[in-house]
Design a protein. Structure first.
Lengths: 571, 270
């Protein structure tokens, strides 16, 4: 190992503090490699999570379709793992050759965790090979449970690997306060650097986001196979697979904003100025773009569900309500996307009488935005609920009372959200921030209790007919593509937000970026980089999927079962 | 199938193009690296105000909170009938001029938190250079008041309060005496000179250049003095490739008393 002292001495030679990359420059190279690596990493961490869940449903529910689905998910991982490693290696080479001074600093602190990272990646890869190639060998009884355990281990290794990498990047954002520019990096304790203020919020946020991302990509894969299907059975299978992917992605998406609140709060608590830069400084407009993207996700996700009702006998009862759901979603999206704190020059500020337009400012504040997003979440959950109940009629004696209670829970949750939203205009900011907790709790409680009632009410429910899997118009599948592209773009955007709030610091207020790329670019440039990264990632994923198709036929088995397919996730 | 593939590619590219287009249509704000603001000895109030406005609306990030009326008081527009900041700053604290009040508000924001607001403002003197801080003060004074910030308020190397005893009359003046506020405390000199950015001393600082913790055991006072005044005069063994990195300007920045205080302090580190 290189002596850290020598590394630092070498780093003092400013002519070698930064390297240059031809044509696109050092920052763009590191940006692309980091982002594409992260997208693949999110995919290979997210997919195993629901691969292991669907396998469990197959084992304990006795439905082999879930087992086959799980294997098909896992098959997508094999080549994706190689791609993750390749882009990770490119990132490391990029950092060590283009940002040697910074890289030397980081390795001085985190070297042992980097060795552990490499070792775990190795173990994780081999666990994956065992998991996939042992699928048909360990198919029955205890062997199957052992196989399932491999899937769990795969997730454990992957999660630890992610947590380790998160420590490095969160240290860059929020180094412990006792670390200053003059602190000798060799004196910094490893755990002290790892357990920094934003480490755990990022960990939790990324675990959930990976599930969302994995679900969206699997949904896109299934939609492609659906569109390319030659038989009704095959189409039915991939329709179902696309539904499961979308269900998982949307379910996890509903929880994601809460993890985001936590992360945001920790950033504010760590450093007010960083939080202000993020939410109200030069990144103000980023949140308007984010609101637009999330509106697209909510609208497209609901649109997919509403189209899906067309293949469910009995769903016609609920179709008239969808227009009201659409109205709530659109209004919510408009409020959420209303600009608020914008950087303006003094003439513009004087003309407006503040940094926002007097009318738009009323909708742009957090009271309105929190209310909007919570109502959008409630609306989406209601869409799911209607979808779930579409082809059943409850027969339990308390079915009517149960439905009324469910309706009341929705009304109470919406009432709490609206009450605190309006009340927020009349209290100080510090009090208003606390109101979002009540709003979130009301929505989560509603989701949990309504779901419990619904499950109990569905016992022995009368079926109005099996879901006609495969009977979906192509536009529903294109909606899944839009979801996948939007999720991926959103991930790039939020990555830019997280990284960009450090501004001209490699390590916030500890190590300054003195390269010619130190300025943080505007959103226009960032959006081009994000689109490029998404395009590279999706092109490679398409290639990976095509390779997967070459190597092995789909795990889909054409049987009459696919046509029957009355059960699906949520029933 | 080709038609389906083409549609998928079209949807993907169309979605990406839409998002990119929207992100490029909104106002473009780049976060610049704070640059040293160079203001000559004969800088005019108008130049100070113009420079201050750029800092205020740009890298200072002041508009993020000031102007909303909810996170922080309005500064450029009327605040609760008291007028703009230039008109009210001199009345905020008895015995303090507008200039003093504004400087202290930037240097120690929690000192004068206006009623009804939270103490959320960061210490701006840590984020901006002295020239930037003073230009912002000039800009704020110009909002309904009289600009009395001059070049003499702006220290050349380190910030100084207008009430500081070493800078009577409203600020540290230019010139060598202002280095480390004119202090002969060796620790203050080391801090102001940024020695610890490269050297380690008593457990603090970087290890890029030779450790100074026991420098007195390998160099006498004369050698240390010569090394500070002419860093190229001798190079510590093992650090040959770093020769030329240490600035040659310390001799002109420090007063003789400061140099001697520093030399004796280091020489005592055996």
């Amino acid at each position: 190992m290189t002596d850290p002292l020598l590394l630092l001495q070498a780093a003092a030679d400013t002519s070698r503090a930064y390297g240059e990359f031809p044509v696109i420059g050092a920052r763009a190279f590191v940006w692309i490699t980091a982002e594409v690596h992260l997208m693949f990493a999110a995919f290979v961490l997210g997919v195993p999570m629901f691969a292991v869940v669907t396998e469990a449903i197959g084992i304990f529910g006795g439905d082999e379709r879930y087992d086959r689905l799980s294997k098909e998910f896992t098959r997508l991982l094999l080549v994706a793992y190689s791609a993750t490693a390749i882009w990770g290696a490119m990132l490391v080479f990029g950092l060590s050759t283009l940002y040697p001074r910074f890289w030397a600093y980081l390795t001085t602190i985190f070297a042992p965790s980097m060795w552990l990272y490499a070792a775990l990646f190795f173990v994780e890869s081999f666990t994956l090979y065992l998991y996939y190639y042992g699928w048909d060998r360990w198919k029955k009884g205890r062997a199957k449970l052992g196989h399932w355990t491999l899937g769990i281990l795969l997730n454990v290794w992957g999660t630890i690997v992610m947590f380790i990498a998160n420590a490095w990047l969160t240290y860059m954002m929020s180094p412990p306060r006792d670390i200053t520019p003059t602190t000798d990096p060799t004196t910094i304790k490893l755990w002290h650097a790892i357990a920094n203020a934003t480490w755990m919020p990022i960990n939790v946020h990324r675990v959930i986001a990976n599930v969302v991302f994995g679900g969206a990509i699997v949904g896109a894969y299934a939609s492609y196979r659906f569109l390319a299907a030659r038989t009704e059975e095959e189409r039915a299978h991939y329709d179902w697979m696309g539904y499961v992917g979308n269900f998982i992605a949307m379910s996890a998406l509903i929880v994601l904003p809460f993890a985001g609140y936590w992360l945001g709060r920790e950033i504010y608590q760590y450093d007010q100025s960083m939080g202000i830069t993020m939410m109200g400084g030069f990144m103000s407009w980023l949140w308007v773009i984010q609101a637009f993207l999330i509106a697209v996700l909510f609208l497209t996700g609901n649109y997919y569900l509403w189209i899906g009702m067309g293949r469910i006998p009995g769903a016609e009862r609920f179709r008239p309500y969808t227009k009201y759901l659409l109205i709530v979603l659109v209004l919510g999206a408009i409020v959420w996307g209303t600009p608020h704190t914008m950087i303006a020059d003094s003439k513009e500020l004087a003309a407006m009488g503040g940094s926002h337009h007097p009318f738009l400012g009323a909708l742009g504040v957090m009271s309105a935005k929190n209310t909007a997003v919570n109502l959008m979440i409630l609306t989406t959950f209601l869409s799911f609920l209607l979808y779930r109940r579409a082809n059943t009629r409850p027969v339990v004696p308390w079915a009517r009372a149960g439905t009324i209670i469910q309706g009341a829970m929705f009304a109470v949750a919406a009432g709490v959200v609206l009450f605190y939203g309006i009340r927020g205009y009349f209290v100080e900011a510090i009090v208003r921030i606390g109101f979002s907790v009540y709003q979130v709790l009301a929505v989560l409680s509603c989701i949990v209790f309504v779901t419990v009632i619904d499950i109990l009410m569905a016992r022995g429910a009368q079926s109005l007919g099996a879901i006609r899997w495969g009977r979906m118009p192509p536009r529903s599948q294109y909606a899944l593509f839009i979801l996948a592209v939007t999720f991926t773009w959103l991930m790039g955007l939020m990555g830019f937000a997280r990284s960009g709030i450090r501004q001209y610091w490699h390590v916030w207020q500890v190590m300054q970026d003195t390269s010619k790329y130190a300025a943080t670019p505007a959103l226009g440039y960032a959006s081009k980089m994000i689109s490029l990264c998404v395009l590279i990632f999706l092109s490679l994923v398409a290639f990976v999927f095509w390779l997967g198709g070459l190597a092995e036929k789909s795990t889909f088995v054409a049987t009459a079962e696919g046509e029957k397919g009355a059960r699906h996730v949520g029933h | 199938m080709w038609a389906t593939n083409a549609k998928i590619v079209g949807i993907v590219l169309g979605t990406l193009a839409l998002y990119t287009l929207i992100a490029n249509k909104i106002p473009q704000v780049q976060s610049e690296v704070p640059q040293a603001l160079t203001l000559g000895a004969n800088v005019t109030p108008e130049q100070l105000v113009a420079a201050g406005e750029k800092v205020y609306t740009g890298i200072g990030g002041c508009t993020t909170c000031h102007g909303l009326g909810e996170r922080a008081p309005n500064l450029l527009t009327d605040e609760k009938g008291q007028g703009t900041i230039g008109a009210r700053c001199g009345k905020r604290e008895p015995g303090k001029t507008c200039k003093q009040y504004l400087y202290e508000s930037l240097d120690n924001p929690t000192a004068y938190v206006v009623s009804g607001y939270q103490p959320i403002m960061p210490v701006m003197t840590k984020q901006l250079s002295p020239a930037q801080v003073w230009s912002v003060i000039a800009f704020l004074e110009s909002q309904g008041g009289t600009v009395d910030v001059t070049a003499s308020d702006i220290p050349t190397t380190s910030p100084a309060s207008p009430t500081s005893p070493t800078s009577p009359g409203g600020g540290g003046g230019a010139g060598g005496a202002a280095f480390a506020g004119g202090s002969t405390d060796p620790k203050a000199i080391i801090q102001a000179a940024g020695c610890l950015a490269c050297h380690k001393l008593d457990g603090q600082g970087q290890v890029i250049a030779p450790d100074l913790t026991h420098v007195g055991s390998r160099r006498d006072a004369e050698s240390i003095r010569r090394k500070i005044l002419d860093p190229a005069s001798s190079v510590t063994k093992g650090y040959e490739k770093l020769a030329g990195i240490m600035p040659k300007s310390f001799g002109t920045m420090m007063s003789a008393a400061q140099l001697e205080a520093l030399v004796q302090y280091l020489a005592a580190h055996k």
